[in-house]
Design a protein around this ligand. Structure first.
Ligand code: B12
Ligand code: SF4
Length: 623
């Protein structure tokens, strides 16, 4: 029997105390698929599977007994994987290594010269190629090194969960909170230039069998797995079927209490279905913010990145539906896209806030190895990039240095500037957006900014860019933080990670743009900042004291602050025209009440996409 090792290393994920790891679904799936073949099943035995970034030398020591390795390369694990393969081949020159996954530069003609320790590289889906390669290895046949099989139209793929592939692993690590991955379909019909997903080969969508999904969901709920990652590019695109899947998930939550949270990417063409799905999740308090992936608010930029015709860009439609149902809308934006300037960025933000979207998640543009942008737009737009080692949600800041030293520091190429956004503009955009996210999305300025916009015609960007200048004065804590941000950004670009602190927190690439809110919460200055905003508005706008008083009361109830949790609904009357109705009810969105401040802050950070730190406001009576 040939011994087979499965390698899919991942970072620990989510709040640290949960000790969460993803189950290595991809390699588990490949194994459960290939062993359906009787010949493979007779000739191979599963030796072990690596799911986390164990010390690479120890891992090699353990896996060097293997005859064959199946290893999966994602952007968050590539460097570890290359190093592992290199060391493994040195320790056991006879081992055969099969590599696959989205982070392999298979178009590079020199790939095998650069990585001689890799024996076979599989492009795109791996099930069929993997079966053939394993058969040939067992038969000692000479075969080609680069494989690309046509995509499978019939996704009758076995489930590694149901097949028990992870049973031993889970039994061995009972202290881990496992996160499963659910696949209900494959592919994406679009081809946004920055993304590696909808590239031509993956454009057609195929469905996984419903029975498999149903039993996997039951398996997750039976094992009380609290969180689940879905692989869909467009969940909701298959209206009836995806609604049915959502209903099963909600039913499981109702009967077992699980899952309590999911991450998923929603369809870009069927707004009504998505809201219906979100209502289903919301009715059973499953934590899943509604992410509307606009990427930019500018039409010309949308054209350049090939996202112009997506229905999500018709904002009024979806925002009204979400508002009616009290669902917070989050949009993902990318800063540094081709054609974007400082002015188009600000105008885009204005358009987005005016449409009623309140939550913003902003990424720097990353260049992915197989994304069309790398081939067609990189030269034209003169990107300047830098390597960032801390742009993965799960980056462990304590380990960065030692991982870089060991040659396994995972990194991603981020755009620093391009020919439409200079370095200076980029810096302003990052700092101002940090302020806006903290003030508006974090809930501090929301009610008063909405009021001023509606009643006085004040543009959101006018109010916030002016407030940004005002709050930069030394008497406010933000000045110090923004000065630190300048230093942090310099260090980040120079070495790809930051050792300096930002507002008392470690500066982590993926998180710095949203760290205003955790800073306010950790320093207990939420109410003070609300008062400061009141003072600013009082001094600069013609507005009544009653409205300002009410702004303060409503906002301090709106923001979920440590030690002031709403364990029961709270009724607050409105006697001014700050809000349209006369009676409002405040409730906690998820009934989650941490007992320590540390846990509260962690949830502010990790729950930001789901508006964890904002209470729900429900209007009870008309004025
Ligand atoms: C689930 C998911 C996540 C989850 C969970 C990630 C995790 N740690 O497991 C979350 C939401 C956290 C996430 C986050 C991010 N993700 Co993500 N994510 C995905 C997603 C939707 C599905 C991946 C998956 O598990 N699919 C199921 C498996 C079975 O399918 P597969 O990966 O395609 O694998 C097949 C083939 O590749 C091949 N194969 C894979 N490995 C091997 C090995 C061998 C030997 C063989 C033969 C074949 C083979 O066979 C498999 C079966 O056919 C993909 C998009 C997609 N649909 O591919 C993006 C994707 C993987 N993510 C991507 C990115 C960029 C990110 C982020 C960096 C985004 C960001 N800006 O923050 C973050 C960083 C993650 C981190 N760790 O911090 C990119 C990666 C590009 C790259 N070059 O690697 C992808 C491809 C999406 C994209 N935009 O292009 N992600
Ligand atoms: S960004 Fe989303 S919609 Fe665009 S190609 Fe990628 S997965 Fe598809």
């Amino acid at each position: 029997m040939l011994q087979l090792g499965l390698i899919q290393p991942n970072f620990q994920t989510g709040p640290k105390h949960l000790n969460s790891f993803y189950l290595p679904y991809t390699v588990g799936l490949l194994w459960s698929y290939v062993k359906q073949d009787p010949f493979v099943n007779e000739n191979y035995k599963l030796y072990d599977m690596l799911f986390r970034r164990d010390n690479v030398h120890e891992a090699v020591e353990h896996y060097k007994k293997c005859d064959v390795i199946i290893i999966s390369f994602y952007i968050w694990s590539s460097q570890y994987c290359y190093r592992f393969c290199d060391l493994l081949k040195q320790a056991n020159p006879d081992v055969k290594i099969l590599a696959g996954g989205p982070d392999l530069d298979w178009k590079d003609k020199e790939f095998f010269d650069k990585h001689p320790y890799i024996d076979y590289l599989v492009v795109s889906e791996g099930e069929i190629a993997c079966t053939k390669i394993l058969q040939s290895i067992a038969n000692k046949e000479e075969i080609k090194k680069l494989w690309a099989e046509p995509r499978m139209k019939d996704l009758d793929i076995p489930s590694p969960y149901i097949e028990g592939i992870f049973d031993n692993l889970m039994a061995k690590h009972t202290d881990i909170e496992w996160i499963p991955t659910l696949e209900t379909d494959r592919g994406c019909p679009y081809a946004c230039t920055f993304c590696d997903w909808g590239s031509l080969t993956a454009s057609k969508m195929f469905k996984v069998y419903f029975e498999r999904i149903e039993s996997e969901l039951k398996w997750f709920a039976d094992r009380k797995l609290p969180f689940m990652a879905m692989t869909n590019s467009n969940f909701g695109i298959f209206k009836d079927r995806d609604m049915q899947i959502a209903e099963i998930i909600a039913e499981n939550k109702k009967t077992t209490g699980y899952p309590s949270g999911i991450s998923v990417s929603y369809a870009k063409n069927s707004n009504k279905t998505i809201v219906d799905i979100l209502k289903i999740f919301d009715s059973v308090k499953i934590q899943t913010g509604f992410v509307l992936s606009l990427q930019t608010g500018d039409d010309d930029v949308l054209e350049i990145i090939k996202r112009k015709n997506l229905k999500i860009n018709i904002l009024s439609d979806i925002v009204d539906l979400a508002k009616e149902n009290n669902i917070p809308l989050l949009t993902e934006l990318i800063v540094g896209l081709p054609g974007e300037t400082k002015d188009t960025w600000l105008a885009g933000l204005e358009k987005i806030l005016q449409s009623g979207i309140t939550q913003l998640e902003v990424f720097k543009l990353a260049l992915l190895v197989n994304a069309p942008m790398m081939e067609t737009q990189a030269d034209e737009y003169e990107y300047k990039t830098f390597s960032s080692y801390d742009y993965f949600y799960d980056t462990n800041e304590q380990n960065i240095l030692s991982e870089i030293d060991q040659g396994i520091g995972e990194n991603i190429q981020l755009v620093l500037s391009n020919n439409t956004m200079t370095l200076t503009d980029m810096r302003y955009v990052l700092k101002f957006t940090w302020f806006l996210i903290g003030m508006y999305s974090g809930g501090v300025s929301r009610l008063i900014a909405d009021y001023l916009h509606k009643n006085n015609g004040v543009e959101y960007m006018k109010l916030h860019t002016d407030m940004y200048e005002y709050f930069m004065q030394p008497q406010f804590p933000f000045k110090e933080v923004l000065d630190q941000m300048d230093e942090c950004l310099d260090e980040w670009v120079e070495q790809g990670y930051v050792t300096k602190k930002l507002g008392g927190f470690s500066f982590i690439g993926w998180n710095f743009i949203s760290c205003f809110t955790p800073i306010l919460h950790s320093r207990n200055i939420v109410n003070k900042t609300i008062s400061d905003v009141r003072k600013y508005v009082e001094d600069n706008y013609d507005i009544s004291q009653d409205v300002l008083d009410e702004y303060e009361i409503f906002t301090s109830n709106f923001i979920k602050q440590y030690g002031e949790y709403l364990t029961e609904p709270k009724i607050v009357e409105s006697n001014t025209d700050l809000l349209p109705e006369s009676t409002y009810q405040f409730t906690d969105r998820y009934d989650q009440f941490p007992t320590t401040k540390e846990e509260h802050i962690e949830l502010v950070v990790f729950g930001r996409r789901k508006s964890w730190y904002l209470n729900k406001i429900l209007s009870l009576t008309n004025k």
